[in-house]
Design a protein around this ligand. Structure first.
Ligand SMILES: *[C@@H]1O[C@H](CO)[C@@H](O)[C@H](O)[C@H]1NC(C)=O
Ligand SMILES: *[C@@H]1O[C@H](CO)[C@@H](O)[C@H](O)[C@H]1NC(C)=O
Ligand SMILES: *[C@@H]1O[C@H](CO)[C@@H](O)[C@H](O)[C@H]1NC(C)=O
Ligand SMILES: *[C@@H]1O[C@H](CO)[C@@H](O)[C@H](O)[C@H]1NC(C)=O
Ligand SMILES: *[C@@H]1O[C@H](CO)[C@@H](O)[C@H](O)[C@H]1NC(C)=O
Ligand SMILES: *[C@@H]1O[C@H](CO)[C@@H](O)[C@H](O)[C@H]1NC(C)=O
Ligand SMILES: *[C@@H]1O[C@H](CO)[C@@H](O)[C@H](O)[C@H]1NC(C)=O
Length: 479
């Protein structure tokens, strides 16, 4: 229902500003600490305008999003957006676009100090699909502060499926009953992160949410894994799902009875309420976790008084890497459908690109500064400099960060020590770089590749961020 209303609102804005600039959408957000108890344990959460999860952003391709965020927490706060963060400016009479300085990643974007506010200005340029925003510092994500982003196609742009009766947002993720500050303290004292305590669906525990549907109608679910680390399998009892979109790319429309959603990943499926009217289990369960967890929600057909019954459907065997990888490999871009392309003008022939540099990146856990538990890339753990990197770069201030601080390959030693510095990797404008992500640790890792010309050339070809079971490589190309 919400989605339909939002689509109408988009249409009205579009029509009234036809031929003018693309619409501006203004948001005023207050970030506060507040009590939540998603799994029956009261804890301090992070709320946006009093909500957990935070408010949903509904917009349309090329919309300008102006989000004024007021930080009422006692710590610096930074939001990361999975929107193409494009900033337009004019210099010497020419239009330029910048794309990284408001992306909400520590190092290129300063956090908002406690008690202050900052206005993020973004444009969903050439973008469609399902995404989310999340806090990117200090384990705040373990307390909330995340929410869904829907970017609808502009009217007239063909979408490769019929409009669904409704769109439903499903934010799934692992959850700790431990306050995010206590989790920070554990890492700072050298301890590992404990196993999660449960799984949340739209901020609620088992059977905390129900989704209402009408018999015979088709619905779009926009599913995002907003959790910290667990890969989650998603399924609906007795209902198959047709995958139609992964992170802004329309896919070949395969049918699945269950789907793995990795930490940080978003996708859209269609399903038709074509079973006998009643209530059905929706199940989310961990895939490779040391301690298996699951949770349920209810799919409720309108007018049905038959309560949900029977055991929830079992998923694939826990730890079945082959199932997960085969499924990932089955996901393909629909090359004839509308949507953003890595080479919108067809100007690059990827088969004949001369890759000028290959970077191998490996993740490793280790201790820095004596006792703190941190993660490192090629044995370097990033630490914030006193001077923001973008300012140091702009004003040519030397000694703030070191270019080439992260080597192009992991150190040869088996268990390399972790060091921390404000290390920066440089690359040449418009060069093509092949990045091999290597995971030789014994747990699944997720990488967030921030920037919009990154796409997977090995593996399944569509992930902007993906998880790697141990001992697997993914090759991506960045421009
Ligand atoms: C802070 O918010 C006020 C309105 O509440 C606004 O006028 C001002 O521009 C904002 N400042 C920043 C840096 O975004
Ligand atoms: C791909 O998109 C086209 C254009 O909308 C559509 O006709 C076709 O059915 C889609 N193909 C698959 C395999 O999903
Ligand atoms: C789901 O799809 C599988 C494979 O195509 C099929 O065997 C099964 O009957 C379908 N289940 C439902 C409930 O439609
Ligand atoms: C969910 O977890 C419980 C408790 O570990 C287990 O007994 C049950 O089989 C699991 N259900 C599913 C559908 O995975
Ligand atoms: C790659 O290099 C070859 C040989 O130098 C050149 O002929 C070719 O045009 C280059 N390809 C591209 C896409 O630049
Ligand atoms: C920084 O250095 C570059 C080239 O070395 C120069 O073009 C630029 O104007 C300098 N910026 C400032 C703010 O001095
Ligand atoms: C991953 O890539 C590295 C470097 O290219 C290679 O040495 C290694 O064998 C690859 N591992 C797997 C499992 O493919």
């Amino acid at each position: 229902m919400g989605a339909q209303a939002a689509i109408c609102a988009c249409l009205i804005v579009f029509v009234s500003s036809a031929r003018a600039e693309t619409p501006y959408r203004f948001f005023d957000w207050e970030v506060t600490g507040g009590d939540i108890n998603p799994l029956g344990v009261r804890q301090k959460g992070i709320l946006i305008n009093g909500q957990f999860p935070g408010p949903e952003i509904n917009c349309q391709t090329n919309d300008n999003l102006i989000v004024n965020v007021h930080n009422r927490l006692s710590e610096p706060f930074l939001l990361s957006w999975q929107v193409h963060v494009t900033h337009r400016y004019t210099e010497n009479g020419l239009q330029h676009r910048k794309n990284s300085w408001q992306d909400g990643v520590s190092g290129t974007n300063c956090p908002i100090p406690p008690g202050q506010n900052f206005t993020y200005r973004m444009q969903a340029k050439d973008q469609i699909g399902s995404f989310f925003y999340f806090p990117s510092l200090a384990f705040h994500k373990a307390g909330g502060g995340f929410g869904a982003i829907r970017i609808h196609s502009r009217p007239g742009v063909p979408v490769p499926f019929d409009p669904p009766a409704d769109e439903l947002t499903v934010l799934i993720g692992d959850w700790h009953n431990t306050n995010h500050k206590s989790l920070q303290a554990m890492l700072d004292s050298g301890k590992q992160l404990p196993s999660p305590d449960g799984i949340l669906i739209n901020g609620k525990g088992p059977n905390g949410v129900s989704f209402a549907v009408e018999e015979g109608k088709t619905y779009r679910l926009r599913i995002s894994n907003v959790g910290l680390q667990s890969t989650l399998n998603f399924r609906i009892n007795d209902h198959n799902m047709t995958l139609v979109e992964v992170e802004g790319t329309h896919t070949v429309q395969n049918t699945y009875s269950s789907l793995d959603v990795h930490a940080g990943q978003s996708l859209s499926v269609l399903f038709t309420a074509n079973r006998p009217a009643g209530e059905y289990h929706i199940v989310v369960s961990t895939c490779f976790a040391k301690r298996a967890l699951n949770s349920t929600a209810v799919l409720r057909y309108a007018g049905s008084s038959v309560p949900v019954s029977g055991p929830p459907p079992e998923g694939p065997a826990s730890g079945d890497f082959d199932f997960s990888l085969d499924q990932a490999r089955s996901i393909r871009t629909n090359l004839t459908a509308s949507g953003p392309r890595p080479n919108p003008q067809g100007s690059y022939h990827y088969g004949s690109i001369n890759v000028t540099r290959t970077i191998r990146l490996a993740n490793s856990a280790g201790r820095v500064g004596g006792s703190k538990q941190r993660y490192a890339v090629n044995s370097v753990s990033f630490v914030e400099a006193d001077t923001p990197l973008k300012l140091a770069d702009y004003y040519n201030i030397t000694g703030v960060f070191r270019l080439g601080g992260i080597p192009d390959a992991p150190p040869a030693r088996a268990a390399p020590a972790v060091r921390s510095e404000p290390a920066v990797m440089d690359s040449d404008h418009r060069s093509f770089v092949e990045i091999v992500l290597e995971n030789s640790e014994d747990s699944v890792q997720s990488w967030h590749l921030d920037g919009y010309s990154v796409f997977v050339v090995g593996y399944s070809g569509i992930y902007a961020s993906c998880s790697l079971p141990h001992a697997y490589n993914v090759t991506t190309t960045a421009r």
